[in-house]
Every structure is written in C-alpha cells, then in structure tokens.
Design a protein around this ligand. Structure first.
Ligand SMILES: [Zn+2]
Length: 412
C-alpha cells in the first residue's frame, strides 16, 4: 500500500473518495491532504436520481484533528450534480463533514467533548483557530441535536432564574425535574418566559396536560406564567429556593448587628456553612457566637432548625407541623428579617407543602444550578445568549444526538 492509499484508509474514506496527494509543510507545522472524488457521474443529492452528470467542482477546505503536532487540513473540489430529473444543480455532501462546518466530523466531535470541560477560548488556542469558529461548530451540532430531542416523557418541571452578566441580564432556565436536564432557556424572568417554554416544549413532543407539577421560586411572575401555560399543574416552591431566603434573612440580621459588634465581621461563612465543614477558626468563632446572646446567634439557630426540619420532612415526616412551628417561632422572634420571612412562608405554605407531595427535592435544582454556573464560566467573554444557551444545553441538557466522540470511527 502506498502512502496515499494508507491515508485513504486512515481517514476512513470509501469509494469514490480517495487521497490523491499529501503535502507536508514542516516549517508551517501543517499537513495537507488533497482528496479527490473519482466518480464521473453521481446520484442527485436532491431527488436521488442515479448516474447524473457532474456540472462543476468547488474548492473547499476543512480542518481535521492534528496529526501529532501538525495541524491537518483536507482539501477537495466538491462536485455539483446537474440533475435531468429535478432540473436542480446540487452540491454533494462529503462523508467527513457536516454541511456548513469548516471542521471534519471527528474534529467537531473533539471540540464538543472538550467544550464540556474547557473554556472555548482555550480550545480555540489549542487548535490555533478563532473562538468564533469553535462557537460555529458548537452551535451547528448542539442546535441540530437539540432539534431531535423528545420531551414527551416530562411530567415535572422546574424553573429558575439566573443572572448572567450585565449585557444579557436575567435568563430563565426550565428543567426536567425527573430526568435532571435543562430543557429550555430564554431571556428574561417574567410570565412570558413560560409561553416561550411551552411553545418549545410542545414542538419537542411535550404534553402540557401531562405536567403535574411546576417547581419555582416565590416570584409572582413565574406563578402567573405557570398557571397560564400549565393550568392543571400544581405550583411548588422548592426547598432550594426557600432555604436561600432563610440564608438571606440570617445574613441580613448579621450585617445589621456587625455595626455594633465588630467581632461579628469574620463570622459570615461560619454561620452559612454546615458545622461539619467548619475550619478550626470557624469552630472557635461559632462557639463564641453561640454563647454571645447576640441576635445573629438566634438567627443562626433558626437557620439550623430550618435545615433540620427540611431533612426530617424529606425523610418522610409530615412537613406541615414542622413548617407551622418554625413559622410561628420566626414571627415571634423580634428579628425583622425573620418576622417578614415567617409571613412570606405562611402565605406560600400550600406551594411549599406541594413540593414535598410531588417529591421535588432540591437535589435536582441544586445540581443543575451548579452545572449552569460552570457553563457560564466556560462561555465567559462571549456576551451572546445563543452561545451561552448552547453551552448550557451541551453540558446540562443530556443531548443524545451529538456526533460520536473521536476515536470511535463511524466505519468501525
Ligand atoms: Zn434530482
């Protein structure tokens, strides 16, 4: 086998495609493969009519996986078929790349695999291309894969707002609470986001009447959107969002008191963290705080009790008496932020209890939240909602229609 035949096999090419020439440019760190389509006549890509004449051939280039330290490029003249059947002139698809991508499929697959872990700017540097080209490959594949996703099995939905920088502002992300995957994202955090989600959900085979529960934060806008779009679903306020409010109340008490008690300055993380995660210094600070008789100490005890109650309710104890006892303690606490929170929780109690009924644990919301946070870091520097959403779909949408990862050959 000569080297062109060897590379024809190595690149996975099949008749009528083969490698015609290999040009090696060591000083540029590049290797170029000239491919040729040996056919004189081809089937029409448009209507399938066999044995149609080739009208002309257009020069094209794709970047392939590096061969060791060398950047690799494929070049060929792609035939256009002039069809006697449908009368159209159509460019044939090449087997190694997706239409519209400047990378080969293997290169695309490697880009997608890396984009799950690395910032896009770093991948671009690795391959010596612009970040724009990496984004282009990512957009083409993620959007194509997403268009094939089915949401037909989804019955419990969660929604969450996320602030993603000044230029984009807030986005709303909708997830499948059972499958733990992001289904849809859109700009804004108003009731209208539910309509946009529903349109997309139905387009992916989702059934609105099959949705039994929607889990959300305590905002009025989401509640209005949910009752409009999914009138039969129960509204649930999940413990993830409620416990965030408890942390905020604790922090408000501490911040107000720190003005009079400067020793409280270093206690923020100790009060927020679980005791098992305290550092040596935090253990000392927290022992001091618990003996201090300060308002912050009382607020911290209320936060700890809230967590303990949530743990017991998640383990199967009826949540209502636990919540009612805590709310009444909060309202008598003489701590303004807790009094206010007690009132809020009392007003939202049916939705909070519904969250336990529908077993909407905060685990799904929390794990998606941290994955989305990581995706935002990888998309950093690109203040573009389309890019950001595609990275989020890639890493948290569990897409099942992406090209196979490299090293798994399509011909194997
Ligand atoms: Zn045709």
């Amino acid at each position: 086998m000569d080297s062109t035949a060897l590379f024809t096999v190595a690149l996975g090419l099949q008749s009528p495609w083969e490698v015609e020439d290999i040009r090696f440019a060591p000083e540029q760190g590049e290797i170029h493969f000239d491919l040729v389509c040996r056919a004189k006549r081809l089937a029409c890509p448009c209507c399938g009519q066999a044995e149609q004449p080739i009208h002309d051939r257009l020069e094209r280039t794709w970047q392939h996986l590096h061969f060791f330290q060398y950047k690799a490029y494929l070049h060929t003249k792609v035939p256009r078929v002039r069809c006697d059947g449908c009368q159209k002139t159509t460019q044939v698809a090449v087997p190694w790349a997706r239409t519209g991508s400047g990378f080969t499929l293997l290169m695309d697959a490697l880009v997608l695999a890396l984009a799950r872990k690395l910032p896009i700017a770093e991948i671009a540097k690795l391959f010596g291309v612009s970040a724009g080209r990496i984004w282009q490959a990512l957009n083409v594949h993620v959007e194509a894969a997403r268009s094939l996703e089915s949401h037909g099995e989804v019955t419990r939905i969660g929604v969450d707002e996320k602030h993603v920088g000044r230029s984009i502002g807030f986005i709303s992300l909708f997830h499948d609470a059972t499958g733990r995957r992001v289904l849809f994202g859109t700009a804004g955090r108003d009731a209208q986001t539910f309509e946009s989600f529903k349109t997309d959900f139905l387009a992916h085979g989702g059934k609105a009447e099959a949705v039994s529960a929607v889990s959300m934060d305590l905002s009025k806008a989401y509640r209005a959107g949910a009752s409009q779009a999914f009138p039969k679903a129960a509204w649930c306020f999940d413990a993830f969002h409620v416990s965030k409010l408890v942390h905020e109340a604790l922090e408000a008490v501490r911040r107000a008191e720190v003005k009079d008690v400067p020793d409280l300055k270093g206690t923020r993380w100790g009060t927020l963290k679980a005791p098992a995660d305290w550092t040596h210094k935090q253990i000392n600070d927290m022992h001091w705080l618990q003996r201090s008789g300060l308002k912050t100490a009382r607020a911290w005890r209320m936060k700890e009790r809230f967590k303990e109650n949530h743990r017991r309710a998640s383990a199967g104890e009826p949540p209502e008496p636990l919540y009612r006892a805590w709310i009444s303690w909060a309202r008598r606490s003489r701590l303004e932020p807790f009094k206010k929170l007690g009132k809020t929780l009392k007003d939202h109690l049916p939705g909070i209890l519904a969250g336990y009924d529908h077993k909407l644990t905060n685990a799904a919301a929390e794990s998606i939240n941290s994955q989305v946070q990581a995706a935002i870091v990888r998309a950093r520097g690109f203040r573009n909602l389309r890019h950001l959403l595609n990275i989020i779909y890639l890493t948290t949408g569990k897409p099942s229609h992406l090209p196979a990862p490299p090293l798994v050959s399509a011909h194997a």
